[in-house]
Every structure is written in C-alpha cells, then in structure tokens.
Design a protein around this ligand. Structure first.
Ligand SMILES: Cc1cc2nc3c(=O)[nH]c(=O)nc-3n(C[C@H](O)[C@H](O)[C@H](O)COP(=O)(O)OP(=O)(O)OC[C@H]3O[C@@H](n4cnc5c(N)ncnc54)[C@H](O)[C@@H]3O)c2cc1C
Length: 626
C-alpha cells in the first residue's frame, strides 16, 4: 500500500446521538464556563470530551492549586473556580487554595448536570456535517464507531484546534521551536521544606533553573512541584504531540530522580504522579484576518482575555475557536492555560455568543432518516475497507444521517500495529521492536499501562508471576530503585503507577516502536479476511495506521469486533461480565477502585452512564484501597 494514498471511510448512515443548539469540544474550564452561560441563557448544550473527566486546566495538567490575584477574595473569583475550591475546603496555604482532583471532577459534572448540559466522554470529533454552507452537526468517534450530534454552533476549546482543522482552516506559518511550558509532579510524605522555590542544576533543563513548590490538600507533607520546561511548538499532528508528551514526562521523571536523590526533604518522599498533559501553547494561530461571516456579530470585548468576538471566529460560520488557535497574542493565548483566566474567558464568551448569535427556533437542518436498522455503506473506494461498529446501543431506535465518503491520511505503514497499550500491548510492542521489526502502538490514554496504570490497579493478588509479567515488573523496578521505592515483588507485587507508566512508555520508545497516545481506535482496516490495521480518532483528526500484523491488545477485543468477528458479550453461558470499577484517589497516588456493577464499553451511551455513576459511587464498595 502506498503511504501517500489515503484510506477511505465510506459514505455511511450514522446514528444521531443527540440534537443540540451548541456542542462544545473539550470539557475544559473555558468550555464548561461557556456551556453553563449558554445553558442558563436557554440553549441546549452538549460537551464532547476525549478524556473521561472534566476540567483539563486543573485536572489533566495537575494544577491542583488556585492562587487568586493579589487582593481578590474568594467570592470575587469565577463561579467555576469557587466551586472547585469549595469542593476541597476553603483554607489557604501560603496564599493558595489546594484542590482535590476527584472532588473537582465531581463538582464540575454536578454543575453541568444541574444545567442540563449533556456530557459525552471518551469521544473525539472526526468530521463535520453541513446543510449547504451552514454547519448542521459534528460526527464524533469512539469505541462505538462514529455517530452524529446535530448542532448549529460548535465551540472548540481543544488546544489542538481540532474542529478548525476538520473544517480545513489555515493556520499561521510559524517556525518549529522550543518554548516554555509547564509540568507538575505530586509527592506525598515530603519532609520539612523552608522554601517554596528550589534551585536546580541546569542539566535538568528547567527554565530559570528553579522549581516552584505548592502545598497539597493533605497539608505540609503533600506538595506539588511545578517546573517550566521547553516544549516543541507548534505541534501539527498526533505523533508530534505524543513525542512532546513523552519528552515532557521524561523531564518530569528526571526532576523526580533529582529531588529524591539530592534534596533531603524528598529522600523518603513518594512520587504520586506527574501531569497527564503538559500546559503550554500547542497549536499555532488561525490565519488572519477573521472571516467575513463574523462581521455582523458584535459584542463587548470578551472579559478575561479582553478580545473581540472576531478573534475566536473559525473558518466556517458557526464554528468558534476558544483555545490556542484564537487570534490572540501569545500572552493572551497562554493565559487560557490558567484556570481563573480560562473560567473568566469561557463565561464571558458564552454570554457573548448567547447575546450575539441569532439562534433560530428550529435548530437542526440535518437530513434524518428514521428507523434505519443499521448504518449502510453507499460507495466503495480503494481497499482496504474500513469496518466500523454500526450503532452504540443495539436494539435502540436511532434516526440516521448519511455522511459523505471521507479520505483519512495513512499516518503509519509498517510491520506490526499494536492496538491498545496496556501491559500486554506494551510488552508486545517492546518485544517486536527489540527484534528490529517496525512497530507502532496506539492507546487512548496519555501513557502506557492500561488497567495496570490509568485503570488504577497497582498490585496483583493472584496470577502469573513469570514470563512477560516478570519482564514488565523488572522495568518498573529499575524506576522504583531510582525513586527510593521498595521493589514490586513478593506474593502481592505492588507498583507505583507513575513509575509503571514511565517505565513502559520509556522502554517502548527506547526499543524503537512508534507510540501514538490520546488516540481512540474507531475502526479496523480489512482486506479480504485479514485485518491490516486500524483507524484512530486523534486530537488532530482521524488517521489510518497499517500493520502487516495487527495485535488487538485493547482488552475489549475492539479491533476484532470492528472487523466483524463474532462474539458474545460476557460469559458464553449467561452473558455475565466482570464488575466495572472507576478508580478514584483516596490519597495522592493511592487509588481506590469503586466497583459499580457493569458497563458495556462498546456502547458509548452506557460507557458514559458508567463514568458518571462510578464517580458518584460511595465509599462502601472497593477493595484495592491501600
Ligand atoms: C481491580 C482489579 C484488580 C486486578 N487484580 C489482578 C490480579 O491480582 N492479578 C492479575 O493477574 N490480574 C489482575 N487484574 C487484571 C489485570 O489487571 C488485567 O488482566 C491486565 O491489566 C490486562 O492487561 P491488558 O494489556 O490485556 O489490557 P488493558 O490493561 O485493559 O489494556 C488495554 C488498553 O487498550 C486501550 N484501549 C481499549 N480500547 C481502546 C480503543 N478503542 N482505542 C484506544 N485504546 C483502547 C486502553 O486504554 C488500555 O490502555 C485486576 C484488574 C482489576 C481491574
């Protein structure tokens, strides 16, 4: 297959998951604030979020503190920020309010649920729907394949400006360079620290050679260490973004090694985690000037960043960019990474749209076909064919909308494609790459390890201890040793989750495998009866990845199921499935798995129900709580 040739997603009738006035991409603080303002102004709003939790500027980036601007009291802060603070108590430490991440996630969701905003997690936009020149909806991709949400306004708060890319926007032509961004490390059991600024050697690559210490919600022993590091900018595809994330994590772990080995207060400290995502500019700006369609819409300057509405206008009427790609100067764009500024700007932006946009009473003009039993392919393009699941919930009646055929760039063409980067996928990729076989591994999480890391499982009570299990623990133990942690060994080997994410990701990278993170697998490439790769939704748009051999390590058999393999859900005898658990943090780095009946992860509607229910599960139903 020729790498320059795209793969085609056929024209297909997709189920319409929902019809809303406004869809917001990313449950960022800016996105949530805008959603609340629009919902309270009477609009019908949904949020599509690639992660499984909201509040990126606090949660994904590990910004677990709020320092109000000089002289600003708690009541003067934006509602979202007050809510996040009040979730964990309102006592300041060194002029900052410490935040509890689980409480923040839940409170943000509570606000959205109370305003009737629908949340759709674990999903990424993969295409747009038009009625003539007018925006009519967005196609999203997830473990259920593709679906459509009808809407007339799309507000893109993703740092990668994903919707604008899907709409064919042009971006400013800036040279690739390194610019400062931010990573954070969380430690528990830290000794006495006199200073909140720590000088570090230049070899660590920290901008200014200083680290900033913030206090965590557990008091003086619990600290967050913030470092400015150089990150590549602008990033224009998902592999580049993964590369940048791996480098950021490497720098964070080097800082952890340095602190534990050289600063007495950290000698017995326990690393809890590092940022899931670094904070800083990712995407370059939309090309100027603003499009003509925005001219009739006027508003006062948007509070927070103090810019005109036109600065946020996307390439197509109805598409807005409230993120890195907005036509703002670097200081204003960077300020959107700050939780307070993000919340202020999002709220003002939502109000401005509610005031300025002439929303007609009947909103959607999507062509709908009622009562179709499943998505049907209408056209055929050069093989391999892309096979996708047909509808989220079998047996449910959806209305359908036919989207045209769409080319998807072939971003990888090699020998082995590993779909899913849990413990098994990571070990498969390491083994293949070490044999010199060209290998690519893809996962929806921001690092490798799956259930054994981001899933919150940090010990094995039973099972095999030899072979690949022993090999994976060996790479983890090398990191444990440098972090002064006891080895994961004995009858119940217990590992540090951050150490395992780093060890597996680093070993896979060093073995020479290409890694693609934050990418949702939504389809299988099939030629004849052979699976030849996958289609993944990424934060820069969908891509095809081809492997002569495709290893389905999704744990859920997604690729086999997408390709059409017959399966039964759960046990063959009675379709019973294992219980489902959504982990929460009882203490820094100590996950608690709350068992919450079951989930059908192949049904995005049930998957989302389970996430919301899991987050609200009480304290009474867990076992792994150490
Ligand atoms: C609470 C708990 C306790 C456990 N205790 C034990 C024990 O004591 N002993 C034992 O041996 N085992 C135990 N297990 C089971 C063990 O953790 C799993 O069997 C093992 O982690 C599975 O690894 P895996 O790589 O096959 O799958 P996973 O770790 O689930 O990895 C699958 C990966 O695929 C990715 N993925 C899935 N679908 C998609 C998609 N569509 N797009 C992109 N990425 C996708 C996921 O993000 C994930 O990273 C336990 C599990 C749990 C939950």
């Amino acid at each position: 297959m020729n790498k320059s040739m795209p793969v085609w997603l056929d024209s297909k009738a997709l189920p319409i998951l929902d019809s809303r006035d406004v869809v917001i991409i990313d449950a960022s603080l800016a996105g949530i604030a805008a959603a609340l303002a629009l919902a309270r102004a009477g609009h019908n709003v949904a949020i599509v979020e690639p992660r499984t939790y909201p509040g990126r500027e606090i949660t994904a980036t590990l910004n677990h503190w709020i320092r109000p601007p000089q002289g600003m009291a708690l009541p003067a802060l934006p509602e979202l920020i007050r809510t996040c603070i009040e979730a964990g108590g309102t006592t300041t430490l060194n002029g900052e309010y410490p935040l509890h991440p689980d409480a923040v996630k839940r409170r943000l969701e509570d606000l959205l649920l109370a305003a009737d905003v629908r949340m759709i997690y674990a999903s990424l936009p993969v295409g747009l729907c038009f009625d003539g020149d007018s925006l009519a909806g967005v196609a999203i991709g997830n473990k259920s394949g593709r679906q459509v949400i009808a809407c007339q306004i799309l507000i893109d708060t993703s740092p990668s400006a994903l919707v604008c890319r899907l709409a064919g926007a042009s971006f400013s032509d800036e040279p690739q360079r390194l610019i400062p961004g931010r990573v954070t490390l969380e430690f528990d059991h830290v000794g006495s620290l006199d200073e909140d600024v720590l000088a570090v050697p230049s070899a660590l690559g920290v901008v200014g050679n200083v680290l900033h210490v913030h206090r965590g919600y557990r008091g003086p022993l619990h600290v967050l260490v913030e470092a400015a590091v150089l990150l590549s900018y602008p990033v224009t595809d998902a592999f580049e973004m993964t590369r940048r994330d791996i480098e950021a994590r490497r720098k964070a772990i080097d800082i952890a090694f340095y602190l534990v080995e050289n600063i007495p207060a950290f000698e017995h400290a326990e690393l809890a985690t590092t940022s899931y995502e670094s904070a800083g500019l990712l995407s370059n700006r939309l090309a100027s000037p603003p499009p003509a369609w925005v001219e009739p819409l006027t508003s006062a300057a948007i509070g927070g960043v103090q810019a005109a509405l036109s600065a946020f206008a996307g390439p197509v009427r109805g598409i807005w960019c409230l993120g890195d790609a907005a036509r703002l100067d670097d200081t204003a764009r960077l300020s959107l990474c700050d939780p307070i500024m993000a919340a202020q700007t999002g709220e003002a932006f939502g109000q401005a749209i509610a005031d300025a946009w002439p929303m007609p009473a009947s909103l959607t003009t999507l062509t709908m076909q009622p009562q179709r039993s499943c998505g049907q392919v209408h056209e055929s393009y050069p093989r391999p064919a892309v096979r996708e699941p047909n509808q989220p919930q079998r047996g449910r009646t959806y209305t359908w909308h036919t989207v045209p055929a769409m080319p998807v760039p072939l971003a990888y063409d090699g020998d082995v494609l590993v779909a899913g980067g849990g413990t098994s996928g990571a070990m498969a990729a390491i083994a293949a790459a070490r044999e010199g076989i060209s290998t690519c591994i893809v996962d929806m999480n921001p690092g490798l390890g799956g259930t054994g890391t981001y899933g919150g499982t940090h010990s094995y009570w039973f099972g095999r201890r030899t072979g690949f299990c022993a090999q994976s623990l060996a790479v983890v133990n090398d990191v444990h040793q440098r972090l002064h942690l006891p080895p994961a060994a004995g009858p119940i080997p217990t590992w540090n989750i951050e150490a395992k994410v780093y060890a597996l990701t680093d070993a896979t990278d060093r073995a020479g495998a290409k890694i693609l993170l934050n990418a949702l697998l939504i389809g299988a490439l099939v030629e004849g009866t052979t699976v030849q790769g996958v289609v993944a939704a990424t934060r820069f748009g969908p891509v095809a990845l081809r492997g002569k051999i495709t290893i389905d390590a999704t744990g859920d058999g997604d690729i086999a199921a997408f390709a059409g393999a017959r399966y039964v859900y759960g046990s063959r005898r009675d379709h019973a499935v294992m219980w489902y658990t959504l982990h929460q943090f009882a203490r820094p780095g100590r996950t608690r798995n709350n068992f919450t009946s079951t989930v059908d992860v192949s049904n995005i509607e049930d998957y989302n129900r389970a996430i919301l229910a899991g987050r609200r599960r009480g304290d009474l139903s867990h076992d792994h709580d150490h």
